[in-house]
Design a protein around this ligand. Structure first.
Ligand code: PAF
Length: 281
């Protein structure tokens, strides 16, 4: 495994793989890698096979944080991240500094204006423009044939599909299933900031999602499904729901009728830690 800190270095090492028309599978991350990322890296390795290469980026992208405190407290575990990449069979790891990534004063931003008007896009202004901008850059730097993203950030995945479609970026986008602890809590880098008690309490998210899915399938009206899920979460002291919404799983727009394809997505604060989760209904 080779680590590249600069764009020039990474482009340089990838030249021979492009020239040989090899499959190049990219897994963009912000580090603080956990079992969810590990599964993305392993899927990338499998997809690339022995003839292809796997590239992963570890970059806490400052421009996608709408809150300075969140950026400051975002977990960082660089040594452990490299070990996980190595074990998963990654060939190249890209670890730029913010100065390397954003040279000079940035005056171009890539903005998605429809799918990002709801859910995390509504509650984190500028977040998805930051995500789209850094991914447009990463796709240009790496020029991967394929890229893999987790479904925990379901809205992000939908926006990325739109990004490559609307900007004609020649990369195949793959969505990977959410990886959960045995008790149902989805793996997240932010879990590292939860107390042991909060980690237990946060399992209410999964319970609320499963209950909502059963009710939705049984034809309970959408407003009632949402109210019941919210009530279950609100029963846990110290939680604050940022949003809990049932949307069309492709357009990300709220729906009022029980129609497919539907997605329940939620963001909930446990103390000052904001967790997201979702379920296809
Ligand atoms: O999902 C993430 O970790 C980030 O949003 C991503 C896709 C790596 C862009 O910074």
């Amino acid at each position: 495994m080779q680590t590249c800190e600069t764009k020039v270095e990474l482009r340089d090492v990838l030249k021979k793989h492009h020239a040989a028309n090899q499959m190049i599978v990219l897994v963009p991350t912000m580090g603080a890698l956990h079992a969810g990322h590990q599964s993305l890296l392993e899927q990338a390795r499998q997809m690339a096979g022995k003839d292809g290469v796997v590239v992963s980026s570890l970059f806490v992208n400052p421009i996608q944080f709408n809150n300075a405190g969140d950026l400051q407290t975002y977990p960082r575990t660089p040594e452990q991240d490299l070990e996980i990449c190595q074990r998963a069979g990654v060939d190249y790891v890209f670890t730029p500094t913010p100065e390397e990534m954003y040279t000079g004063v940035r005056s171009i931003s890539v903005e998605e204006t429809y799918l990002s008007t709801t859910l995390c896009g509504a509650s984190r202004p500028g977040h998805f423009a930051g995500v789209c901008t850094v991914l447009a850059k990463l796709f240009n730097i790496v020029q991967p044939t394929d890229a893999i993203f987790g479904k925990k950030d379901y809205q992000q995945l939908a926006i990325i599909r739109r990004l490559v479609r609307d900007l004609d970026i020649p990369v195949r986008i793959h969505g990977a299933e959410i990886v959960r602890h045995e008790n149902g809590l989805a793996y997240s880098s932010r879990n590292a900031r939860l107390t042991a008690t909060q980690k237990e309490e946060a399992t209410v998210l999964r319970q609320a999602l499963l209950q909502a899915k059963n009710e939705f399938r049984a034809g309970v009206p959408v407003a009632e499904v949402k109210a019941n899920a919210s009530a279950m979460i609100n029963k846990v002291a110290g939680t604050e729901i940022d949003y809990l919404e049932i949307v069309n799983a492709e357009t990300m727009q709220p729906i009022e009728e029980n129609a497919d394809p539907a997605l329940l997505a939620t963001a909930v604060y446990f103390g000052d830690v904001r967790l997201i989760d979702n379920i296809e209904l």
